[in-house]
Design a protein around this ligand. Structure first.
Ligand code: 8YV
Length: 326
C-alpha cells in the first residue's frame, strides 16, 4: 500500500554544503530551501527543529551526505547530487533506508574528457612550464626551451572506461594513440584492449589516465606498484578523484624521478595540494575544473533541478543512482 503524497510545494528541501550561486538562489527563492549550517551547534538546532520535515536534500560531491545526517532526517526521500561523482554520499546507507540518490551524468562528459586531453597535452608537451619560461624572461636569457615529447601516437591506458573514460578514449584515438583500459570487467565489443589489472595496464602504456569513480572500491588503485610499472618515462593524468591515487606514493615517485610527469585536476584533500608538487615543473596542477564551464555547469544545474522536481512531484528521479523506495 502506498502512502498518499503531499503537495510538492509544501515539502521541505535542505541544501547541504555550498553550491553554484545561481542554484543556491533558485533553491531559496523557488523552494524555500533551508541551509544546513556548518557550525555544529547551529546545525543541531536546525535539525531538531526541522529535520523531520525534510523530504529532499540537494548537495554536491564537495560535501555529500553521511549516514548520520540521513538518520537526523527521518522523512528524507531523496538526495539530489550536483555532480556525477557521488563518493561523498553513503549510497549503501541511502539504499538501506529507502532514500533515492541522483547525480548529473552525461551533461559533463565532454568537458571532463576535454580537460583530460588538455592535461595530457600540457604535461607531455610541457606547455604550462614553457609558458612560465616565457614569462620569466628565460627565452631571452637562456634561449630555446628544451625539447619535449610527442603526444600523437603515445600509448594511452585508461583506468575506468565509463562514460568519461570512453569520451577520453575517443578523443585520444583521434590523435593516433593506441588505447587500452582497465575496469573491473571487460566491456563487450569495446574497440579498445582490456587489461586485467592496473599494474599490467601501466606497464604497457606511456600515459595512464585515471577516470574511475571514487570510493572505497577504487581507493589507492594507483599505488607505488602501479606508478613503478608506469616508470620514469610515463605520465599520469587524474581527472577522477584524488582518492584513486596514493598521493604520497605519487609525490615520492615524482621526487625520485621515477615518473616523467603528472597532470592533476583532483587531489586527496581538496583544496589542499601537497606542498612538494607546487615546485615541480613537470607537474600540471588544476583546481578541480574538469566540468567548470558555463555551458556544462548550467546543464548540471538544470539536471539537478529536474531531479528535484521529479522527486517532489512524482517520487522518482530522472537520473537515479539509487531508486527512491515507493
Ligand atoms: C564538480 C565533479 O566539480 O561531477 C563531479 O563529480 O567532480 C565536478 O563536476 C563537482 O560535482 C562540484 O562539486
Amino acid at each position: 500500500m502506498s502512502t498518499p503524497r503531499r503537495d510538492p510545494r509544501s515539502r521541505t528541501v535542505l541544501r547541504v554544503g555550498p553550491l553554484k550561486p545561481s542554484l543556491e538562489q533558485t533553491l531559496t527563492e523557488r523552494y524555500g530551501a533551508l541551509d544546513l549550517p556548518e557550525e555544529p551547534g547551529e546545525r543541531a538546532t536546525l535539525l531538531s527543529a526541522h529535520g523531520a520535515d525534510v523530504a529532499a536534500v540537494v548537495t554536491s560531491g564537495r560535501t555529500g551526505v553521511d549516514d548520520g545526517l540521513m538518520g537526523a532526517l527521518p522523512n528524507l526521500g531523496a538526495i539530489v547530487n550536483f555532480g556525477v561523482g557521488y563518493d561523498t554520499i553513503d549510497v549503501d546507507a541511502a539504499a538501506a533506508r529507502g532514500i533515492g540518490v541522483s547525480n548529473t551524468p552525461d551533461v559533463l562528459t565532454d568537458c571532463v574528457a576535454d580537460t583530460a586531453v588538455g592535461l595530457v597535452i600540457d604535461v607531455v608537451r610541457q606547455f604550462s612550464a614553457a609558458d612560465r619560461y616565457v614569462r620569466a624572461g628565460r627565452w631571452v636569457a637562456d634561449g630555446n626551451y628544451p625539447l619535449t615529447r610527442q603526444v600523437s601516437n603515445k600509448r594511452v591506458g585508461i583506468i575506468g572506461l565509463g562514460r568519461i573514460g570512453s569520451a577520453i578514449a575517443k578523443r585520444l584515438n583521434a590523435f593516433g594513440c593506441p588505447i587500452s583500459y582497465h575496469n573491473r570487467n571487460a566491456i563487450q565489443h569495446s574497440p579498445y584492449a582490456y587489461v586485467g589489472s592496473a599494474v599490467e595496464l601501466a606497464r604497457g602504456v606511456d600515459v595512464l589516465v585515471v577516470a574511475a569513480a571514487g570510493g572505497s572500491e577504487t581507493q589507492h588503485l594507483v599505488d607505488t606498484e602501479v606508478l613503478a610499472a608506469l616508470g620514469p618515462s610515463g605520465y599520469l593524468v587524474n581527472i577522477a578523484r584524488g582518492s584513486v591515487v596514493d598521493e604520497t606514493a605519487l609525490v615520492q615517485a615524482l621526487a625520485d624521478g621515477q615518473l616523467a610527469g603528472a597532470g592533476l585536476d583532483v587531489f586527496a584533500d581538496e583544496p589542499n595540494v601537497p606542498e612538494a608538487l607546487l615546485t615541480m615543473n613537470n607537474v600540471v596542477l588544476l583546481p578541480h575544473v574538469g566540468s567548470a564551464t558555463v555551458e556544462t555547469r548550467a546543464a548540471m544545474e538544470q539536471l539537478t533541478l529536474d531531479n528535484l522536481d521529479e522527486y517532489l512531484t512524482n517520487g522518482r528521479l530522472v537520473t537515479p543512482v539509487v531508486e527512491p523506495a515507493g
